[in-house]
Design a protein around this ligand. Sequence first.
Ligand code: NAX
Length: 399
Amino acid sequence: MLGKIQPSLRDLGLSSRPPGNKLPGYYHGALRDKGWIRGIEGDFNASALNNRVFTLATALQSRIISTLNMNKAPIHVAVTGAAGAIGYSILFRIASGEVFGPDQPIILHLVDIEPALPVLQGVILELEDVASPVLKGLVATADMNEGFRNISWALLIGSVPRKPGMERKDLLAINGKIFTGQGQAIAKNAAKDVRILVVGNPCNTNCLIGMNNSDLPHDRWFAMTRLDENRAVAQLAKKSGADATAISNLAIWGNHSPTMYPDFYNAKIGGKPVTEVITDENWLKTEFVTTVAQRGTAVMNARKASSAASAANAAIDTVKSIITPTKAGDWHSVCVESDGSYGIEKGLICSFPMRSDGKKLEIVQGLKIHPFSQEKINGTVAELQGEKAIATELGMLSK
Ligand code: NAX
């Protein structure tokens, strides 16, 4: 029988993984010492290092987290394109508590189009089968008002993929319409604190369209270049032999497209400038930039499907880096509305080096831009300006 149970595992000083082989005693000891369990001595005999006890300890861990959830109000999180490939990867990680914390109850809104609803039913069955301690409700719908009601986060992933022979303008004409409607529906239905991450391509301009068709403050709108950042980090780690965690200050500038620019001149490996560690500057300017730019195509050619798990992972990294204070001196890539920093046209949704204090994001100021970088940034910004012109021509940017 369980007695008084209140705190989180972190409060107990417990990691989810007990150190060494002190499995049962580890949970039991800490819980008993703090007086948070009583009357289960028989089952928690610390000398009985056997599976039965560990299973019970693990069950207790879930139970504690589950009980804790009652203290916080649930947040509603919408994922569009929930029946798609990225949706299938991201939903289970959100449901695990990884993104918003193990003590934050979540109500997931799965939004997709009508024909995808039967598939969504299967996703719901599997989400139920996770028996997640944080997942407190599921809404599956093709109705945007219902889909965005009370949400604090919208991950706008759903969109129509580019087909062979389709121009960027054709894609914008189709997907822009989706984001016009979604921007309006989010503004009408979401919670006051709502924040929106656009993943569906062309994500920068879709974000611009959504933002311009809603009355929400513009600093709530983000688009995703974190996958490009992660790809760049992986390439630098591979080339230098350093661990991925040693790579810092890697910003993507511009558009999420092959024109994006991974700014290796301002990035660091183990605290040193990248160009001091990887002295082959020609490799950095050519092969490195091209590999990152063409990575999506490489995945597509090999998998015969576009990046999904790594894209879901990048979306999770993006949300976490928005809601968590950035490590001192570091930054991450997020596309936000340009305020004119670095001479980039005001109002474009552009990827910048960004820092967060856990609540608000800011563009990192004062970075020295190498002439090679400047040329690349000019190119990718010109592409964003072109997309904005098309969206304007299609009537998607006038309120
Ligand atoms: P899928 O084709 O597997 O899934 C898309 C889902 O969106 C489908 O279930 C579809 O029914 C749904 N959908 C279509 N219109 C919708 C609407 N109006 N409302 C709600 N749902 C709608 O694509 P997936 O691989 O999941 O990719 C989704 C999007 O992410 C694509 O636009 C893709 O280009 C984009 N990506 C963006 C990345 C980035 O870094 N920003 C990287 C990965 C990915 O390429």
